[in-house]
Design a protein around this ligand. Sequence first.
Ligand SMILES: [Zn+2]
Length: 433
Amino acid sequence: MSDTLADCIEVLAPQLTAWRRDFHRYPEQGWTEFRTAAIIAERLDDLGWTVTAGAEVVDAAARMGVPDEATLSAAFERARAAGVSEAWLDRFAGGLTGVVAMLDSGRPGPTLGIRVDLDALPIQEARDAVHRPAGEGFVSCHAGSMHACGHDGHAAIGLGLAEVLAADRDRLVGRVKLIFQPAEEGVRGAAALAEAGVVDDVDRFVAVHLGLGCPSGTVVCGCDGFLATSKLDVRFDGRSAHAGGQPEAGRNALLAAAFAVTGLHAIAPHSLGASRLNVGRLQAGTARNAIADRAELQIETRGTTTAIDDYVRARAVQVIQGAADAQQVTAEITCVGRAVECLASPDWVARIVEVVAGLPGIEQVIDRDRQPRGSEDATTLMARVQARGGWATYMIVGSDLAAGHHQPDFDIDESRLPVAVRILAEIALAADS
Ligand SMILES: [Zn+2]
Protein backbone atom coordinates (compact mmCIF):
# COMPACT_ATOMS: atom_id res chain seq x y z
CA MET A 1 0.00 0.00 0.00
CA SER A 2 1.15 3.46 -0.76
CA ASP A 3 0.56 6.51 1.38
CA THR A 4 1.31 8.65 -1.65
CA LEU A 5 -1.48 6.95 -3.55
CA ALA A 6 -3.91 7.24 -0.64
CA ASP A 7 -3.11 10.96 -0.28
CA CYS A 8 -3.41 11.51 -4.00
CA ILE A 9 -6.83 9.85 -4.10
CA GLU A 10 -8.04 11.76 -1.06
CA VAL A 11 -7.18 15.03 -2.77
CA LEU A 12 -8.82 13.79 -5.97
CA ALA A 13 -12.11 12.69 -4.35
CA PRO A 14 -14.02 15.98 -4.83
CA GLN A 15 -12.87 16.03 -8.47
CA LEU A 16 -14.19 12.49 -9.00
CA THR A 17 -17.60 13.62 -7.75
CA ALA A 18 -17.43 16.72 -9.95
CA TRP A 19 -16.63 14.63 -13.05
CA ARG A 20 -19.35 12.15 -12.25
CA ARG A 21 -21.90 14.92 -11.76
CA ASP A 22 -20.85 16.64 -14.97
CA PHE A 23 -21.26 13.42 -16.98
CA HIS A 24 -24.53 12.78 -15.18
CA ARG A 25 -25.84 16.19 -16.16
CA TYR A 26 -25.03 15.66 -19.86
CA PRO A 27 -25.90 11.99 -20.51
CA GLU A 28 -25.22 10.64 -23.99
CA GLN A 29 -26.59 7.35 -25.29
CA GLY A 30 -24.60 4.69 -27.13
CA TRP A 31 -22.52 5.89 -30.12
CA THR A 32 -23.38 9.53 -29.32
CA GLU A 33 -20.96 9.96 -26.39
CA PHE A 34 -19.31 12.87 -28.23
CA ARG A 35 -19.00 15.33 -25.36
CA THR A 36 -18.05 12.65 -22.84
CA ALA A 37 -15.38 11.15 -25.10
CA ALA A 38 -13.92 14.55 -26.08
CA ILE A 39 -13.58 15.61 -22.43
CA ILE A 40 -11.89 12.31 -21.56
CA ALA A 41 -9.52 12.33 -24.54
CA GLU A 42 -8.42 15.89 -23.90
CA ARG A 43 -7.79 15.27 -20.19
CA LEU A 44 -5.80 12.08 -20.80
CA ASP A 45 -3.74 13.78 -23.45
CA ASP A 46 -2.97 16.63 -21.01
CA LEU A 47 -1.87 14.06 -18.42
CA GLY A 48 0.68 12.60 -20.81
CA TRP A 49 -1.13 9.41 -21.78
CA THR A 50 -0.85 8.31 -25.40
CA VAL A 51 -4.41 8.72 -26.62
CA THR A 52 -5.96 6.86 -29.54
CA ALA A 53 -9.54 7.59 -30.50
CA GLY A 54 -12.33 7.26 -33.04
CA ALA A 55 -11.52 5.11 -36.08
CA GLU A 56 -8.24 4.00 -34.47
CA VAL A 57 -10.11 2.11 -31.77
CA VAL A 58 -13.60 1.50 -33.19
CA ASP A 59 -14.20 -0.80 -36.16
CA ALA A 60 -17.13 1.07 -37.70
CA ALA A 61 -18.51 -1.98 -39.49
CA ALA A 62 -18.55 -4.07 -36.31
CA ARG A 63 -20.71 -1.57 -34.42
CA MET A 64 -24.19 -2.76 -33.58
CA GLY A 65 -27.35 -0.75 -32.97
CA VAL A 66 -25.97 2.51 -34.35
CA PRO A 67 -28.54 5.35 -34.24
CA ASP A 68 -29.66 6.92 -37.52
CA GLU A 69 -27.68 9.71 -39.17
CA ALA A 70 -29.99 12.48 -37.92
CA THR A 71 -29.64 11.34 -34.30
CA LEU A 72 -25.86 11.10 -34.63
CA SER A 73 -25.44 14.52 -36.14
CA ALA A 74 -27.84 16.21 -33.70
CA ALA A 75 -25.86 14.77 -30.79
CA PHE A 76 -22.58 15.75 -32.45
CA GLU A 77 -23.73 19.35 -32.87
CA ARG A 78 -25.02 19.40 -29.31
CA ALA A 79 -21.53 18.41 -28.12
CA ARG A 80 -19.94 21.07 -30.32
CA ALA A 81 -22.30 23.70 -28.88
CA ALA A 82 -21.28 22.55 -25.38
CA GLY A 83 -17.81 23.83 -26.18
CA VAL A 84 -15.61 20.73 -26.04
CA SER A 85 -12.30 20.44 -27.89
CA GLU A 86 -13.10 20.56 -31.62
CA ALA A 87 -9.97 18.64 -32.52
CA TRP A 88 -10.95 15.70 -30.35
CA LEU A 89 -14.63 15.96 -31.20
CA ASP A 90 -13.90 15.59 -34.91
CA ARG A 91 -12.22 12.25 -34.25
CA PHE A 92 -15.57 10.86 -33.07
CA ALA A 93 -17.64 12.08 -36.04
CA GLY A 94 -20.23 9.59 -37.26
CA GLY A 95 -20.43 7.83 -33.91
CA LEU A 96 -16.90 6.44 -33.45
CA THR A 97 -16.99 7.40 -29.79
CA GLY A 98 -14.25 5.19 -28.30
CA VAL A 99 -11.17 6.43 -26.44
CA VAL A 100 -8.16 4.30 -25.50
CA ALA A 101 -5.15 5.67 -23.63
CA MET A 102 -1.81 4.03 -22.92
CA LEU A 103 0.74 4.77 -20.22
CA ASP A 104 4.05 3.02 -20.82
CA SER A 105 6.32 2.79 -17.78
CA GLY A 106 9.30 1.98 -19.99
CA ARG A 107 10.01 -1.00 -17.73
CA PRO A 108 9.32 -4.59 -18.74
CA GLY A 109 6.05 -6.04 -17.57
CA PRO A 110 2.58 -6.99 -18.68
CA THR A 111 0.03 -4.77 -20.37
CA LEU A 112 -2.95 -4.23 -18.09
CA GLY A 113 -6.20 -3.25 -19.80
CA ILE A 114 -8.92 -1.58 -17.72
CA ARG A 115 -12.30 -1.06 -19.30
CA VAL A 116 -14.97 1.43 -18.26
CA ASP A 117 -18.07 2.38 -20.21
CA LEU A 118 -19.53 5.76 -21.10
CA ASP A 119 -23.12 5.57 -22.27
CA ALA A 120 -26.47 6.58 -20.81
CA LEU A 121 -29.94 5.09 -21.20
CA PRO A 122 -33.16 6.17 -22.92
CA ILE A 123 -34.84 6.97 -19.60
CA GLN A 124 -36.46 10.19 -18.41
CA GLU A 125 -34.80 11.04 -15.11
CA ALA A 126 -36.86 11.68 -11.95
CA ARG A 127 -37.23 15.37 -11.21
CA ASP A 128 -38.42 15.40 -7.59
CA ALA A 129 -36.05 16.96 -5.06
CA VAL A 130 -35.61 13.74 -3.04
CA HIS A 131 -33.76 12.39 -6.09
CA ARG A 132 -30.31 13.74 -5.28
CA PRO A 133 -29.28 14.74 -8.83
CA ALA A 134 -32.43 16.86 -8.98
CA GLY A 135 -32.12 18.18 -5.42
CA GLU A 136 -28.45 19.08 -5.86
CA GLY A 137 -28.60 20.50 -9.36
CA PHE A 138 -27.00 17.90 -11.60
CA VAL A 139 -30.09 16.19 -13.00
CA SER A 140 -29.97 15.27 -16.71
CA CYS A 141 -30.46 18.25 -18.98
CA HIS A 142 -31.00 15.98 -22.01
CA ALA A 143 -34.68 15.06 -22.14
CA GLY A 144 -35.23 11.32 -22.38
CA SER A 145 -31.63 10.39 -21.54
CA MET A 146 -30.23 9.46 -18.17
CA HIS A 147 -27.22 7.85 -16.54
CA ALA A 148 -29.26 5.20 -14.75
CA CYS A 149 -26.63 2.47 -14.60
CA GLY A 150 -23.60 4.26 -13.11
CA HIS A 151 -21.57 4.65 -16.29
CA ASP A 152 -21.13 8.35 -15.37
CA GLY A 153 -19.31 7.06 -12.30
CA HIS A 154 -17.30 4.60 -14.41
CA ALA A 155 -16.11 7.40 -16.71
CA ALA A 156 -15.09 9.44 -13.64
CA ILE A 157 -13.24 6.41 -12.22
CA GLY A 158 -11.35 6.07 -15.51
CA LEU A 159 -10.32 9.73 -15.41
CA GLY A 160 -9.30 9.45 -11.77
CA LEU A 161 -7.22 6.40 -12.50
CA ALA A 162 -5.50 8.22 -15.35
CA GLU A 163 -4.63 10.99 -12.93
CA VAL A 164 -3.20 8.87 -10.10
CA LEU A 165 -1.30 6.47 -12.35
CA ALA A 166 0.30 9.35 -14.23
CA ALA A 167 1.40 10.76 -10.86
CA ASP A 168 2.68 7.36 -9.71
CA ARG A 169 4.25 6.45 -13.04
CA ASP A 170 7.66 5.76 -11.49
CA ARG A 171 6.27 2.82 -9.55
CA LEU A 172 4.59 1.14 -12.54
CA VAL A 173 5.97 -1.67 -14.63
CA GLY A 174 4.77 -2.66 -18.07
CA ARG A 175 1.95 -0.69 -19.57
CA VAL A 176 -1.54 0.36 -18.56
CA LYS A 177 -4.23 0.73 -21.17
CA LEU A 178 -7.42 2.55 -20.22
CA ILE A 179 -10.33 1.60 -22.45
CA PHE A 180 -13.36 3.92 -22.50
CA GLN A 181 -16.04 1.91 -24.27
CA PRO A 182 -19.09 3.40 -25.96
CA ALA A 183 -22.50 1.74 -26.30
CA GLU A 184 -22.44 -0.88 -23.57
CA GLU A 185 -26.19 -0.61 -23.12
CA GLY A 186 -27.81 -3.07 -25.50
CA VAL A 187 -24.41 -4.86 -25.70
CA ARG A 188 -23.55 -2.93 -28.87
CA GLY A 189 -20.06 -1.53 -28.41
CA ALA A 190 -17.46 -4.05 -27.25
CA ALA A 191 -17.31 -6.05 -30.49
CA ALA A 192 -16.30 -2.93 -32.43
CA LEU A 193 -13.39 -2.33 -30.04
CA ALA A 194 -12.42 -6.00 -30.11
CA GLU A 195 -12.44 -6.03 -33.92
CA ALA A 196 -10.25 -2.91 -33.95
CA GLY A 197 -7.70 -4.93 -31.96
CA VAL A 198 -7.93 -2.80 -28.81
CA VAL A 199 -7.26 -5.70 -26.42
CA ASP A 200 -4.94 -7.74 -28.65
CA ASP A 201 -1.87 -6.56 -26.75
CA VAL A 202 -3.53 -6.88 -23.33
CA ASP A 203 -2.15 -9.54 -20.97
CA ARG A 204 -4.32 -8.74 -17.94
CA PHE A 205 -7.81 -7.32 -18.26
CA VAL A 206 -10.29 -5.87 -15.77
CA ALA A 207 -13.76 -4.52 -16.48
CA VAL A 208 -15.47 -2.79 -13.59
CA HIS A 209 -19.04 -1.89 -12.60
CA LEU A 210 -20.55 -0.10 -9.62
CA GLY A 211 -23.51 -1.53 -7.74
CA LEU A 212 -25.14 -4.49 -9.49
CA GLY A 213 -26.86 -5.53 -6.28
CA CYS A 214 -23.71 -5.37 -4.13
CA PRO A 215 -23.81 -2.87 -1.25
CA SER A 216 -21.14 -0.29 -0.45
CA GLY A 217 -18.16 -1.97 1.19
CA THR A 218 -18.22 -5.14 -0.89
CA VAL A 219 -16.04 -5.97 -3.85
CA VAL A 220 -16.53 -8.88 -6.23
CA CYS A 221 -13.23 -9.83 -7.86
CA GLY A 222 -14.64 -12.24 -10.44
CA CYS A 223 -18.23 -11.93 -11.63
CA ASP A 224 -19.30 -15.03 -13.58
CA GLY A 225 -23.04 -14.55 -13.79
CA PHE A 226 -23.46 -12.86 -17.16
CA LEU A 227 -25.55 -14.54 -19.83
CA ALA A 228 -24.63 -14.72 -23.50
CA THR A 229 -27.20 -12.75 -25.47
CA SER A 230 -28.36 -11.63 -28.92
CA LYS A 231 -30.58 -8.63 -29.62
CA LEU A 232 -32.56 -8.89 -32.85
CA ASP A 233 -34.70 -6.35 -34.68
CA VAL A 234 -37.18 -7.96 -37.05
CA ARG A 235 -39.07 -6.23 -39.81
CA PHE A 236 -41.89 -7.89 -41.75
CA ASP A 237 -42.90 -6.34 -45.06
CA GLY A 238 -46.18 -7.37 -46.72
CA ARG A 239 -48.76 -5.67 -48.89
CA SER A 240 -51.61 -3.43 -47.88
CA ALA A 241 -55.17 -3.97 -49.13
CA HIS A 242 -58.70 -2.91 -48.17
CA ALA A 243 -59.75 -5.33 -45.42
CA GLY A 244 -63.37 -5.30 -46.58
CA GLY A 245 -63.05 -4.76 -50.32
CA GLN A 246 -60.19 -7.08 -51.33
CA PRO A 247 -58.62 -8.80 -48.33
CA GLU A 248 -57.18 -11.62 -50.45
CA ALA A 249 -54.88 -9.10 -52.18
CA GLY A 250 -53.15 -8.25 -48.91
CA ARG A 251 -50.07 -9.86 -47.40
CA ASN A 252 -50.51 -9.54 -43.67
CA ALA A 253 -47.36 -8.47 -41.85
CA LEU A 254 -49.20 -8.06 -38.56
CA LEU A 255 -50.36 -11.64 -38.63
CA ALA A 256 -46.86 -12.86 -39.44
CA ALA A 257 -45.53 -10.95 -36.43
CA ALA A 258 -48.27 -12.29 -34.17
CA PHE A 259 -47.63 -15.90 -35.23
CA ALA A 260 -43.91 -15.32 -34.79
CA VAL A 261 -44.42 -14.07 -31.22
CA THR A 262 -46.36 -17.19 -30.28
CA GLY A 263 -43.82 -19.45 -31.92
CA LEU A 264 -40.85 -17.63 -30.36
CA HIS A 265 -42.17 -18.14 -26.87
CA ALA A 266 -42.68 -21.83 -27.64
CA ILE A 267 -39.03 -22.56 -28.51
CA ALA A 268 -37.96 -25.62 -26.53
CA PRO A 269 -35.37 -25.03 -23.80
CA HIS A 270 -32.04 -26.82 -24.14
CA SER A 271 -30.95 -29.65 -21.89
CA LEU A 272 -27.43 -28.24 -21.52
CA GLY A 273 -28.32 -24.93 -19.90
CA ALA A 274 -30.88 -22.26 -19.13
CA SER A 275 -32.10 -19.89 -21.79
CA ARG A 276 -34.33 -16.85 -22.11
CA LEU A 277 -36.28 -15.30 -24.93
CA ASN A 278 -38.28 -12.12 -24.77
CA VAL A 279 -40.28 -10.20 -27.34
CA GLY A 280 -40.19 -6.74 -25.82
CA ARG A 281 -41.87 -4.75 -28.54
CA LEU A 282 -44.33 -5.35 -31.36
CA GLN A 283 -45.53 -2.59 -33.61
CA ALA A 284 -47.73 -3.17 -36.64
CA GLY A 285 -50.32 -1.74 -38.96
CA THR A 286 -51.75 1.67 -39.68
CA ALA A 287 -55.56 1.51 -39.87
CA ARG A 288 -58.47 -0.65 -38.70
CA ASN A 289 -59.68 -1.40 -42.20
CA ALA A 290 -56.35 -1.99 -43.91
CA ILE A 291 -54.30 -5.19 -44.10
CA ALA A 292 -51.10 -4.31 -42.26
CA ASP A 293 -48.15 -4.15 -44.65
CA ARG A 294 -45.49 -3.57 -41.97
CA ALA A 295 -44.70 -5.06 -38.58
CA GLU A 296 -41.66 -4.78 -36.34
CA LEU A 297 -40.47 -6.83 -33.42
CA GLN A 298 -37.67 -6.25 -30.94
CA ILE A 299 -36.55 -9.50 -29.39
CA GLU A 300 -33.68 -10.81 -27.32
CA THR A 301 -32.33 -14.27 -26.61
CA ARG A 302 -30.02 -15.30 -23.79
CA GLY A 303 -28.23 -18.43 -22.68
CA THR A 304 -25.95 -19.53 -19.87
CA THR A 305 -23.43 -20.31 -22.61
CA THR A 306 -22.82 -18.86 -26.06
CA ALA A 307 -23.84 -22.23 -27.54
CA ILE A 308 -27.22 -22.11 -25.78
CA ASP A 309 -27.78 -18.54 -26.95
CA ASP A 310 -26.79 -19.55 -30.49
CA TYR A 311 -29.28 -22.42 -30.32
CA VAL A 312 -32.17 -20.17 -29.22
CA ARG A 313 -31.20 -17.54 -31.77
CA ALA A 314 -31.05 -20.05 -34.63
CA ARG A 315 -34.46 -21.45 -33.68
CA ALA A 316 -35.84 -17.90 -33.42
CA VAL A 317 -34.68 -17.14 -36.95
CA GLN A 318 -36.44 -20.28 -38.22
CA VAL A 319 -39.66 -19.39 -36.41
CA ILE A 320 -39.62 -15.85 -37.79
CA GLN A 321 -38.90 -17.05 -41.31
CA GLY A 322 -41.65 -19.68 -41.05
CA ALA A 323 -44.19 -17.12 -39.87
CA ALA A 324 -43.22 -14.82 -42.73
CA ASP A 325 -43.50 -17.60 -45.33
CA ALA A 326 -46.94 -18.58 -44.06
CA GLN A 327 -48.22 -15.06 -44.70
CA GLN A 328 -46.21 -14.56 -47.91
CA VAL A 329 -44.38 -11.58 -46.44
CA THR A 330 -40.65 -10.97 -46.12
CA ALA A 331 -38.74 -10.87 -42.86
CA GLU A 332 -35.53 -8.95 -42.35
CA ILE A 333 -33.59 -9.74 -39.19
CA THR A 334 -30.86 -7.41 -37.93
CA CYS A 335 -28.56 -8.22 -35.02
CA VAL A 336 -28.29 -5.00 -33.01
CA GLY A 337 -26.36 -6.33 -30.03
CA ARG A 338 -24.50 -9.40 -28.87
CA ALA A 339 -22.43 -10.63 -25.96
CA VAL A 340 -20.75 -13.98 -25.45
CA GLU A 341 -20.23 -16.11 -22.35
CA CYS A 342 -17.07 -15.63 -20.35
CA LEU A 343 -15.80 -16.68 -16.95
CA ALA A 344 -13.15 -14.80 -15.00
CA SER A 345 -9.62 -16.26 -15.11
CA PRO A 346 -9.05 -18.06 -11.75
CA ASP A 347 -5.39 -17.11 -11.27
CA TRP A 348 -6.13 -13.47 -11.99
CA VAL A 349 -9.07 -13.41 -9.57
CA ALA A 350 -6.88 -14.97 -6.86
CA ARG A 351 -4.22 -12.33 -7.37
CA ILE A 352 -6.76 -9.50 -7.29
CA VAL A 353 -8.28 -10.84 -4.07
CA GLU A 354 -4.84 -10.52 -2.44
CA VAL A 355 -4.39 -6.97 -3.69
CA VAL A 356 -7.84 -5.79 -2.67
CA ALA A 357 -8.07 -7.40 0.79
CA GLY A 358 -7.42 -4.86 3.51
CA LEU A 359 -7.79 -1.74 1.40
CA PRO A 360 -9.67 1.06 3.17
CA GLY A 361 -13.41 1.25 2.54
CA ILE A 362 -13.72 -2.46 1.82
CA GLU A 363 -15.41 -4.70 4.34
CA GLN A 364 -16.12 -7.78 2.27
CA VAL A 365 -14.12 -9.27 -0.57
CA ILE A 366 -15.97 -11.87 -2.63
CA ASP A 367 -13.71 -13.85 -4.91
CA ARG A 368 -16.29 -15.22 -7.34
CA ASP A 369 -19.96 -14.41 -7.77
CA ARG A 370 -22.02 -16.77 -9.90
CA GLN A 371 -25.44 -15.19 -9.37
CA PRO A 372 -27.32 -15.02 -12.65
CA ARG A 373 -27.37 -11.44 -13.90
CA GLY A 374 -28.24 -9.74 -17.14
CA SER A 375 -25.65 -9.49 -19.88
CA GLU A 376 -22.54 -7.36 -20.36
CA ASP A 377 -20.52 -7.04 -23.51
CA ALA A 378 -17.26 -6.70 -21.57
CA THR A 379 -17.39 -10.50 -21.91
CA THR A 380 -16.57 -10.06 -25.59
CA LEU A 381 -13.35 -8.24 -24.68
CA MET A 382 -12.59 -10.72 -21.87
CA ALA A 383 -13.01 -13.70 -24.18
CA ARG A 384 -10.70 -12.09 -26.74
CA VAL A 385 -8.01 -11.54 -24.10
CA GLN A 386 -8.35 -15.12 -22.84
CA ALA A 387 -8.28 -16.56 -26.35
CA ARG A 388 -4.83 -15.02 -26.78
CA GLY A 389 -3.56 -16.48 -23.51
CA GLY A 390 -4.24 -13.47 -21.28
CA TRP A 391 -6.18 -13.23 -18.03
CA ALA A 392 -9.46 -11.38 -17.70
CA THR A 393 -12.01 -10.61 -15.04
CA TYR A 394 -15.10 -8.57 -14.34
CA MET A 395 -15.17 -6.77 -11.00
CA ILE A 396 -18.03 -5.22 -9.09
CA VAL A 397 -17.35 -2.36 -6.71
CA GLY A 398 -20.41 -2.48 -4.43
CA SER A 399 -22.46 0.69 -4.09
CA ASP A 400 -25.61 1.40 -2.15
CA LEU A 401 -28.19 2.58 -4.66
CA ALA A 402 -31.15 4.92 -4.32
CA ALA A 403 -33.12 2.68 -6.72
CA GLY A 404 -32.38 -0.27 -8.97
CA HIS A 405 -30.35 -0.01 -12.15
CA HIS A 406 -32.24 1.45 -15.13
CA GLN A 407 -34.84 3.18 -12.94
CA PRO A 408 -35.64 6.93 -13.16
CA ASP A 409 -34.54 7.53 -9.54
CA PHE A 410 -31.32 5.48 -9.75
CA ASP A 411 -28.35 7.06 -7.98
CA ILE A 412 -24.97 5.74 -6.89
CA ASP A 413 -23.03 6.18 -3.65
CA GLU A 414 -20.37 8.70 -4.70
CA SER A 415 -18.11 7.71 -1.81
CA ARG A 416 -17.38 4.56 -3.85
CA LEU A 417 -15.63 6.47 -6.62
CA PRO A 418 -12.32 6.97 -4.74
CA VAL A 419 -12.57 3.39 -3.45
CA ALA A 420 -12.83 2.08 -7.01
CA VAL A 421 -9.89 4.23 -8.15
CA ARG A 422 -7.81 2.92 -5.24
CA ILE A 423 -8.65 -0.70 -6.08
CA LEU A 424 -7.78 -0.37 -9.74
CA ALA A 425 -4.64 1.68 -9.05
CA GLU A 426 -3.41 -0.94 -6.56
CA ILE A 427 -4.03 -3.66 -9.17
CA ALA A 428 -2.01 -1.66 -11.70
CA LEU A 429 0.82 -1.04 -9.24
CA ALA A 430 0.91 -4.71 -8.20
CA ALA A 431 1.41 -5.92 -11.78
CA ASP A 432 4.60 -7.89 -12.20
CA SER A 433 4.71 -10.68 -14.72
ZN1 LIG B 1 -24.17 -0.78 -16.68
